[in-house]
Design a binder for this molecule. Structure first.
Ligand code: ZN
Length: 210
């Protein structure tokens, strides 16, 4: 049975993913040219999953970095929907990498990359969930790693390799964090919430290279 790897890499480091209050700002870059209508649904799905764990999100769409109103903060999560030219080397016919997460070590914005091409393939072959829902769930999974570390669970959203079972749950809007993950995610969110925002946008762009 095929499996789809939702997350390939999480570079360890202390977690600095939290807003100044209780809202996590997610800055989304779209070089993959996901359609505006799909992008709305992506945000809706990811926000729904994170909200179910007690994390509210504010979304800033940055078609190009220069169009964002201000540089990324270390407290932001930057999401990049990678174009088809960016395809993870580890991709195989039976284990497709759909995304990855990189912590910013408290100096740069935490970073999530989502691979649109393998997601489209997955959606086309399975016909079980929409691209928007899969992208949204991958974003939530990766944000989960930023709080919870690189580990995976045996089933559900934080499973390392999604199977048709996870896609079926996604289609019913039941692919969410489990109770243990919810508690830990919220605890980490509060624990690592810095007292004020710090700006580090240029450094973030230089190091991450989006
Ligand atoms: Zn993962």
């Amino acid at each position: 049975m095929e499996r789809w790897t939702a997350v390939a890499f999480v570079f360890a480091g202390f977690l600095r993913v939290a807003g100044a209050q209780t809202t996590l700002t997610v800055r989304i870059y779209n070089p993959a040219h996901v359609s505006p209508n799909t992008l709305v649904k992506v945000r809706d799905e990811a926000a729904y999953i994170l909200r179910s764990a007690g994390i509210r999100t504010a979304w800033v769409t940055c078609t190009n970095p220069g169009e964002c109103p201000k540089p990324a903060s270390v407290l932001d999560v930057v999401v990049r929907l990678a174009p088809d030219s960016v395809f993870p080397k580890q991709d195989t016919a039976h284990r497709r990498i759909l995304g990855r997460a990189v912590t910013g070590y408290g100096k740069v914005a935490d970073y999530v990359e989502v691979y649109y091409a393998p997601i489209r393939k997955l959606v086309s072959e399975t016909q079980m969930a929409s691209s928007a829902d899969v992208i949204g769930a991958v974003i939530a999974h990766e944000v989960g790693h930023l709080f919870l570390g690189s580990g995976h669970s045996g089933s559900g959203l934080m499973r390392g390799c999604w199977s048709p079972r996870e896609l079926a749950l996604l289609a019913r809007r039941k692919l969410i964090f489990d109770q243990v993950e919810k508690v830990e995610l919220k605890r980490q969110y509060i624990l690592h919430r810095p007292p004020r925002q710090q700006e580090a946008g240029v450094l973030a762009r230089n190091q991450i290279g989006w």
